[in-house]
Design a protein around this ligand. Structure first.
Ligand code: FES
Length: 105
């Protein structure tokens, strides 16, 4: 089992996920990070904050997330979700990432 803090709550996930994105979506049911190209790490649809730094979660092995704080869109206050240059997750976005629009529910 791997332990980390997700949106302020300690969570445990199985060791066998290929990356953080898989653990978030498949085990924890967190669907705001999308799988647009995993595991290539090119589209940015799976961006989360890992200890305050934007990362593409399909490129993060669980061992790297262990003991750290992960924030997804679900953990961002409503008033901080609006797209803006100062938005919480915008630091990860390039123009191509911002245009990613193939969400899988
Ligand atoms: S799913 Fe595209 S960068 Fe992670």
């Amino acid at each position: 089992m791997k332990l980390f803090v997700l949106n302020g709550n300690e969570v445990k996930v199985a060791d066998d996920h290929p990356h953080l994105l898989s653990a978030l979506r498949e085990e924890l049911g967190v669907t705001s990070p999308k799988d647009g190209c995993a595991p290539s790490g090119q589209c940015g649809c799976c961006t989360v904050l890992l200890d305050g730094k934007a990362v593409v979660s399909c490129q993060v092995p669980l061992s790297r997330a262990e003991g750290k704080h992960v924030v997804t869109l679900e953990g961002v206050a409503e008033d901080e979700r609006r797209p803006s240059p100062s938005g919480a997750l915008s630091s990860a976005g390039s123009a191509s990432r911002a245009s990613c629009c193939g969400p899988r529910a």
